[in-house]
Write a protein that binds this ligand. Structure first.
Ligand code: HDD
Length: 709
């Protein structure tokens, strides 16, 4: 998919001044053609194609087990796979950096240099993921997206292991096994893959109303992002910060994408899952390689410790967000992802995050979900990465020194030069010794041991209403469609009836519509009154990019023999200048003849090799009369136009191109009239407003400006 050459990629990579990337070089193997092939123990191999066997030269005899070369090759292959992550198995990652703004207010709240020192550039590795599916599942399924950030700070690694949704399904980590068992493929037949649309998930969430708020987010457009680059990230849990005066604050972390928040529409997501299951993975790589590195602002929500109980929800409850009207966002720095990995397995697969990895100046809260997470992440890596030394793996090791008395274990790769491996020891002050001010000091403990949930943890619908009330009409329509799709896939009436009943506690009209669609019991009165509240930042429309841009947007230029070459070249150059990624698509891949006998145009793909779903916009240039006729006789091209129109994408054309667009749309959508069939005019179309339409409209304007310029 990538259009950039390897050399561009390398040039870009070498621009990256990144301490972690430099550290990884210690383990990076430069594979050169002149290097002879060896076994793992370093002996040269002269034949890797034929197993050593008994033969008289004419006939094959038995293959010999003594062939170390053959045995080693098969051994190594037999053990290539490791257990996939028990959740978030499907994902992709990239390197980058985090930098604090010069006017960051963070030092009021924390002494952590990573959040306060604007002279630092902290290397990061970020892994985005889906939750439910296996390692090979499709990218565009309806699911929560993981947003895990590892910051390699000078004080140790800080892992902010978040999602693209600010709340979670459960309040207490002890329920994690249940929610994950319920959402994962069902145990008797391992169905479905990459979906929550099945009995067990809806059965569980119907009986566990604390999930109501998060379920609404998961049924919203947030769960089908256009790109990892166009979604927010949230630490979700409540952490704490401590400043140099010893004052403590509760904090929530937010990543705000520079490109705004955009989603696919469901039909696109479904189709892409088949047409290009790696759509998001490739999108991230393509943007970085083409010089459009994604960027996020890190913002904090801060609550002083003394105000902990001043809210009508519990600020330690991960099923609740902190409305920005009550706790404003404070921007403190930005993160840029500007380097792709060199090899997927040692970097993206072996990277391991732990919520328990925090650095001095940052602390935990008593959030019961976070407390349980702090146990789980370290633990799971022991199985996944084969032992306790997984933090020594190149991608996981800190860029600052690591020194302690932990020893041995499987895959120990450090050699410690010391006669003692315990503390205290007769060497007295000999290293390593505990230091005066280390991490993990700012813990507050109170209370009596009990298995309880406090009263505020027992209110589950207020914020679900807040979310639903805040959606734009089209977002609400998408949500109704999503609930209806999912519950239609549940064939047990107990399941869909229970859930539609629960929905009535959130929104009467929503519940009525969904129940009618899926065969639930249509309610005749609301389950509880609507609180009528809304909050900023819950609708995606609140995240329009500050500067609309076509940067990194994929544009398909559709054409055929007889096209006007200059029109294509000008548009391509214009799009590239704007940072967009144009592809030429024609009835066949290869040279396409142009009108007037000019130079041929190279088509990157044929009409059936790609689909409109893979692009943000389509453009059809002008050409000669025969060209126009050819276009208008091509059913596949018409499908491109109609599908793109249905997904509310920018469609632009000039001359025969615009005629073709107008012909197609007015032919198939007879109730719409397109006045402009004038061959000098540019025709564009946007369908009904849907998620993402803001950016697409802006993109349209930009495309047209570029085209007309
Ligand atoms: Fe988790 C992975 C995010 C609750 C247990 N989780 C994992 C990843 C992300 C999250 C992004 C993938 C990390 C990667 O890319 O390697 N998890 C969350 C968020 C949660 C959350 C935002 C709620 C606030 N998780 C959660 C709970 C538990 C876990 C309550 C267990 C008690 N999560 C895990 C895990 C995983 C994991 C089993 C699987 C792979 C891994 O950790 O490294 O330990």
């Amino acid at each position: 998919m990538s259009t950039a050459t390897e050399s561009v990629k390398q040039a870009f990579t070498s621009m990256t001044n990144n301490a972690k990337v430099a550290d990884l070089k210690r383990n990076t193997v430069e594979v050169t053609p002149s290097t002879g092939m060896t076994t793992d123990h370093g002996v040269f191999i002269s034949d890797t194609d034929n197993w050593l066997r008994v033969s008289d030269g004419e006939n094959h005899g038995a293959s010999l087990l003594e062939d170390q070369i053959a045995r080693e090759k098969i051994h190594r292959f037999d053990h290539e796979r490791i257990p996939e992550r028990v959740v978030h198995a499907r994902g992709t990652g990239a390197h980058g950096y985090f930098k604090v703004f010069e006017d960051s207010p963070a030092s009021k709240y924390t002494y952590a240099p990573v959040l306060t020192d604007s002279s630092r550039t902290t290397p990061v590795f970020v892994r985005f993921s889906t939750v439910q599916g296996s390692r090979g599942s499709a990218d565009t399924v309806r699911d929560v997206r993981g947003f895990a950030v590892k910051m390699y700070t000078e004080e140790g690694n800080w892992d902010l292991v978040g999602n693209n949704i600010p709340v979670f399904f459960i309040q207490d980590a002890i329920k994690f096994t249940d929610i994950i068992h319920a959402v994962k493929p069902e145990p008797h037949n391992e169905v479905p893959q990459g979906q929550s649309a099945h009995n067990n998930f809806w059965d569980f969430v119907g009986l566990q109303p604390e999930s109501a708020h998060m379920v609404c987010w998961a049924m919203s457009d947030r769960a089908i992002p256009r790109s990892f680059r166009m979604m927010q990230g949230f630490g979700v849990n409540t952490y704490t910060l401590i400043n140099s005066a010893g004052e403590r604050f509760f904090v929530k972390f937010h990543w705000q994408p520079e490109l705004g928040v955009h989603s696919l529409v469901w039909d696109e997501a479904l189709k892409l899952a088949g047409q290009d299951p790696d759509f998001h993975r490739k999108d991230l790589e393509e943007a970085i390689v083409n010089g459009a590195p994604p960027k996020w602002t890190l913002a904090l929500q801060i609550i002083p410790e003394k105000d902990e109980h001043n809210f009508d929800f519990d600020i330690l409850d991960a099923t609740k967000l902190w409305p920005v009207e009550l706790v404003p966002l404070q921007e403190i720095g930005e993160m840029v992802l500007n380097k792709t990995v060199d090899e997927f397995f040692p970097e993206t697969e072996q990277v391991a995050f732990c919520t328990s990895h925090i650095v001095p100046g940052i602390g935990f809260s008593d959030d019961p979900l976070l407390q349980g997470r702090n146990f789980s992440y370290f633990d799971t890596q022991i199985t996944r990465l084969g032992g306790v030394n997984w933090e020594q793996l190149p991608i996981n090791r800190p860029v600052c020194p690591v020194m302690n008395h932990h020893r041995d274990g499987q895959h120990q790769s450090y050699i410690h030069k010391s006669p003692v491996n315990y503390w205290p020891n007769r060497k007295g002050a000999g290293p390593p010794v505990p230091v005066e001010k280390g991490g993990y000091q700012e813990q507050k403990l109170a209370g009596i041991k009990q298995r309880i949930r406090t009263p505020k943890f027992q209110e589950h619908f207020n914020q679900a209403q807040l979310f639903v009330n805040s959606l734009a009409p089209h977002e609400r329509a998408h949500m109704i469609a999503a609930f209806s799709f999912e519950l239609s896939h549940c064939d047990d009436p107990v399941v869909y009836e229970t859930y539609t009943k629960l929905l009535n506690n959130i929104d009467f009209d929503l519940a009525k519509e969904v129940a009618a669609n899926v065969g639930g019991i249509v309610p005749d009165k609301p389950g509880r009154p609507n609180n009528g509240k809304k909050s900023f930042g819950l609708s995606q429309l609140d995240f329009a990019p500050q500067k609309p841009t076509v940067k990194s947007r994929r544009v398909a230029i559709l054409l055929a023999d007889g096209v006007d070459a200059s029109g294509v070249l000008v548009m391509k150059a214009g799009l590239k200048a704007g940072g967009a990624v144009p592809y030429v698509i024609a009835p066949r891949r290869g040279n396409i003849s142009t009108s007037g006998g000019g130079e041929n145009v190279w088509a990157d793909h044929h009409f059936d090799g790609q689909r409109s779903t893979m692009f943000d916009a389509i453009y059809i240039p002008n050409g000669n009369e025969l060209y126009g006729k050819t276009l208008r006789a091509n059913g596949q091209l018409m499908h491109w136009i109609l599908e793109a129109f249905g997904h509310c994408k920018t469609i632009a054309g000039i001359g025969e191109g615009s005629k073709t667009i107008a012909f197609t749309l007015s032919h198939f959508l007879t109730e719409l009239s397109f006045s402009s069939t004038d061959s000098d005019k540019v025709v564009t179309s946007y369908g009904v407003i849907t998620a993402g339409s803001y950016s697409l409209k802006s993109a349209a304007t930009d495309v047209l400006n570029i085209a007309s310029g």
